[in-house]
Design a protein around this ligand. Structure first.
Ligand SMILES: [Zn+2]
Ligand SMILES: [Zn+2]
Length: 115
């Protein structure tokens, strides 16, 4: 079973009333009370309306495309690396499922290890 990055947390509440753990950074697309995060995956699992004109992605493909997105936009990883060390990143995904936030935070760890 995949294990979430230690700094990923899960958004609770309902779709209409998301409940973000205190102090965590919103890392998802827009939702009531939250603007779209810089860290959101532009590729949705299921129908990808926003980026791929309705093409359907499974989770593997959505995560692969997010990795490409980070390759193309290294400033996103650099920005995430400026968040204080203990700050956690919140997404709706259960912690036992793979999530784009894990990819992002692994890249942040690599970036920090490289300096
Ligand atoms: Zn897409
Ligand atoms: Zn997620």
């Amino acid at each position: 079973m995949p294990i979430a990055h230690p700094r990923r947390v899960q958004v609770g509440g309902s779709r209409y009333s998301p409940n973000v753990p205190v102090g965590a950074v919103w890392a998802m697309r827009e939702a009531p009370g939250h603007a779209r995060s810089l860290y959101a995956n532009p590729h949705a699992v299921g129908v990808c309306k926003r980026t791929c004109r309705g093409r359907v992605h499974d989770l593997d493909e959505a995560l692969t495309l997010y990795a490409v997105h980070l390759d193309e936009h290294p400033e996103i990883v650099r920005q995430a690396a400026t968040e204080p060390d203990g700050v956690r990143f919140a997404c709706r995904c259960p912690l036992y499922e793979r999530c784009h936030v894990d990819l992002l935070l692994r890249r942040v760890d690599e970036l920090r290890a490289a300096v």
